[in-house]
Design a protein around this ligand. Structure first.
Ligand code: SF4
Length: 803
């Protein structure tokens, strides 16, 4: 262990959500002494970054290269930033806790512009100079890829190189080239020169020469889908915490405003059989019970019915649920919506974008008002209680049409269909003309227009219709960053220095800071937002391969896509048979008690997150856990007393209801296949009766150790003198507690102290609060380690011993 490792350990418990920074997750890869080390990032907080599918893919393909260790780093929250700065600890990778400045390459997957300042925070805290011109031979190379890089100019001050295209296609080539250069001892300049010959790579220093001499060809991946079959399973809850299988890439609908659709062309459909196999393996390898089939527009997946017919019986039998994000709602997708939403009919989303039919047709969104009314009527008749609508403001034609009135008229019609009894929620967002779309040359409406339209909407709708708007300031900044040129780099740097960070989070976005930075650099935003002629669209140096299509779509619309798969029948009987087969799991045939550890990095994981880790592990092991019946079915598993953060345990108790006999061999020697480091199965046994575990436990045993022997001496002295104790309630109210009411017994040895404490009584104390009082110091600063070792019933029987 390095000194840095110890320093990091010393700070993690002083911050909120240490699970963001401790690593050690199930399926994470930590290679020892690699020749080449890179840090890969989706630059947002851990819980957002870890949900990025691109990151999963790039982590997998990079770590498949021999000699290359691909590790992760994310942006940090304010509390962690303050501690890192105060203690002068450099930001580090999660796997090996290597400072970023010691990596060979820092790769950022940048999907949208509002995470640019997060990148600067990561570089800054990692002691890597923000500006590429200030980096020396010992600094890592900094590379940006992802959708936002479709216009690389605003970030050109900070990137050594960009990668245009899909990473699984080009990243391995890029890494191998860098490894080769490192082996040959080439300089930074020589390495960049070599990299410049790779298709898709843009060297920032040469950025102004592109376009004049040549274009950069964006790379598109044409092989089989790279669905990581052993993705990292986060130890703490993240956004979209589920198994993910990508079934399509690109989108053939060609909605003219859609950057994701155009920049990810060509539209590809992956084989349903590959997707089914991947989904089954990922569930087995992760223990997830929820699968997302990822697609920009899943309703257009050409093997949709085949996919659902293959997975629904299998998943229903195992209690695995399916989500189909981005499922466009039209008459062809209604049967699918009915099938997958049989149990829960809460809300459904219709992304209309424009309420005025002519504007809607002009952006190539082909839902007619008649069809919309038929769909909404069907949904309301089938007991959908809430319908959500998405609209954009400022779409082409906004100057001639009254967008607010068109939205109000449409909502009134929908409200009448729902007989003013259904819930209608509406979100409106400013339209941002993005590069490489047919509307790239359009103007972005003014701040006044957006604010005035939102105000009119909110003041005119009936109260039961809820209208929310996307932050107008952040949309304008996103537009600036998406459409700007190299001069915007200085604005980004300045905004970051002034405190801009996590700009895509409403609660963190600081429009005032951005306005100051824009003013300080005298950027004329009106020019950036105005309509563009070809020579002002500097992003055209990237050849997406579909420029001709984008240009031609400017003046026409495409035909509506017919998905033949949706006209084939869903096998509802097989799906229902799966649901029926699952019902066997409502029985309880046997009960078992399992003792698990919670040590190492697991001490930073909350009790609720630990419960999820345990459940997923049991699913991987194939433990026949019973399920509760009802609306929100879940495994019947009870845990012992929750362990406070920072305390380790060799005695975490779980009582399980099983619908089958207990088979010890399912556990024996297989725990490392199912749990992250720090969670191991110590014992398993059958139990009788249905007594509640929590009610049975009366006392807990802990072992106390400390780096400094004098700390143990103080604790021992306090115990021997039975010092008066104080209990502090959650509300901060203090009360005196008799020593004998809190401490049942203790035993001291040279190197450790064992303490048995009472629990569940008005006078019992949390072990960390008790030991802090005994030591006269904070657990963290005194270097004290607490390890739970046993639980006892009221008559003093150890629950471990009776197993
Ligand atoms: S259907 Fe969705 S993903 Fe496809 S082009 Fe239209 S908006 Fe984009």
């Amino acid at each position: 262990m390095t000194a840095l490792y110890d320093e990091i350990e010393s700070i993690l418990l002083s911050i909120e959500k240490p699970g963001r920074y401790c690593g050690g997750e199930f399926n994470s890869i930590n290679k020892e002494n690699p020749f080449f080390r890179m840090a890969l990032s989706y630059p947002d907080l851990y819980e957002i970054g870890m949900a990025n599918h691109g990151l999963r893919i790039l982590y997998d393909v990079s770590n498949a290269i021999e000699g290359c260790a691909c590790e992760r780093v994310f942006s940090v929250a304010d509390d962690m930033r303050d501690v890192l700065v105060e203690k002068k600890i450099p930001l580090f990778t999660l796997e090996s806790r290597t400072p970023l400045s010691e990596c060979d390459l820092l790769g950022f997957n940048v999907s949208h512009e509002l995470i640019y300042t997060n990148i600067l925070q990561i570089l800054d805290l990692g002691s890597v100079p923000l500006r590429r011109t200030e980096r020396s031979e010992k600094d890592p190379f900094v590379c940006f890829g992802g959708d936002a890089i479709s216009n690389p100019f605003p970030m050109s001050l900070f990137a050594d190189l960009f990668f245009a295209g899909e990473g699984e296609d080009g990243l391995p080539e890029l890494i191998r080239c860098m490894m080769d250069c490192k082996e040959k001892g080439l300089s930074r300049k020589e390495t960049l020169e070599k990299l410049s010959y790779i298709d898709g790579v843009i060297i920032s220093e040469y950025l102004d020469q592109y376009g004049k001499t040549r274009k950069v060809k964006k790379r598109s991946y044409r092989g089989h889908p790279v669905n990581p079959l052993r993705p990292i399973v986060p130890s703490m809850r993240i956004s979209q915490d589920k198994a993910v299988v990508e079934v399509t890439r690109g989108c053939a609908n060609l909605c003219k405003f859609c950057h994701a659709g155009y920049y990810s062309l060509p539209s590809r459909n992956f084989s349903y059989q590959d997707s089914v196999d991947a989904a089954k393996q990922i569930i087995q390898n992760t223990g997830y019970d929820d699968v997302t089939f990822l697609s920009l527009s899943i309703g257009d997946y050409r093997e949709m019915t085949e996919l659902l017919n293959a997975v629904l019986p299998y998943f229903n039998e195992r209690g695995v649920s399916i989500s189909l994000p981005s499922l466009k709602v039209d008459e062809s997708t209604l049967p699918v919506i009915r099938t997958i939403s049989d149990i829960r009919r809460t809300s459904i989303t219709l992304a209309l974008e424009a309420a005025d039919e002519e504007m809607r047709m002009n952006i190539n969104k082909k839902l007619t008002i008649d069809e919309l009314e038929r769909i909404v009527t069907a949904l309301f008749n089938e007991h959908w209680d809430t319908v959500k609508f998405y609209f954009m403001l400022g779409l082409p034609g906004y100057k001639e049409k009254d967008e607010a009135q068109a939205i109000l008229d449409l909502l009134t019609r929908i409200d009448c269909i729902g007989m003013k009894r259904k819930k209608i929620n509406v979100t409106v967002s400013p339209f941002i003309p993005k590069p490489h779309t047919p509307l790239e040359n359009a103007d972005m409406a003014s701040e006044e227009y957006f604010r005035d339209t939102v105000r009119r909407l909110k003041s005119s709708v009936p109260k039961r219709i809820v209208i929310k708007n996307h932050n107008i300031g952040s949309s304008l900044i996103e537009g600036l960053l998406a459409r700007g040129d190299s001069s915007i780099s200085a604005v980004i740097e300045d905004a970051y220095r002034k405190g801009a960070h996590l700009d895509s989070w409403d609660e963190h976005f600081r429009y005032d800071i951005w306005k100051q930075a824009i003013a300080a650099h005298a950027v004329d935003t009106a020019v950036v937002y105005s309509s563009k002629t070809a020579d002002l669209m500097q992003w055209k140096i990237i050849d997406t391969g579909y420029g001709h299509l984008t240009d031609s779509m400017r003046s026409k619309c495409s035909d509506r896509i017919f998905n033949p798969s949706l006209s084939r029948d869903l096998d509802t009987e097989a799906s229902a048979a799966g649901v029926a087969a699952f019902k066997i799991k409502y029985d309880c045939k046997t009960r078992a008690r399992v003792v698990l550890t919670k040590t190492g990095a697991m001490k930073y994981i909350s009790h609720l997150d630990y419960m999820e880790i345990v459940k997923r592990g049991f699913r991987i092991l194939g433990i026949p856990l019973s399920y509760t019946q009802g609306f929100n079915t879940h495994e019947r598993l009870a845990a012992g007393y929750p362990l406070p953060l920072g305390i380790e345990s060799e005695h975490e108790l779980f009582d399980l209801d099983l619908y089958d006999d207990l088979d010890q061999s399912l556990f024996t020697g297989r725990d490392s296949l199912a749990f992250p480091c720090g969670v191991r199965v110590l014992s398993v046994s059958e139990i009788e009766g249905r007594d509640s575990l929590m009610a049975a436990i009366n006392a807990l045993a802990f072992t106390v150790t400390a780096k400094d022997p004098s700390v143990l001496a103080v604790i021992r002295h306090s115990l021997e003198n039975r010092i008066p104790l104080v209990k502090v309630s959650k509300e901060g109210v203090k009360k005196d507690v008799l020593f004998a009411d809190a401490v049942k017994s203790y035993e001291c040895s040279e190197s450790a102290i064992s303490i048995i404490v009472t629990i569940g009584t008005p006078n019992s104390l949390r072990i960390d609060q008790l030991v802090a009082q005994l030591a006269g110091a904070e657990i963290l600063s005194a270097g004290i380690r607490l390890l739970k070792t046993a639980s006892f019933t009221a008559d003093g029987t150890s629950l471990r011993n009776i197993l």
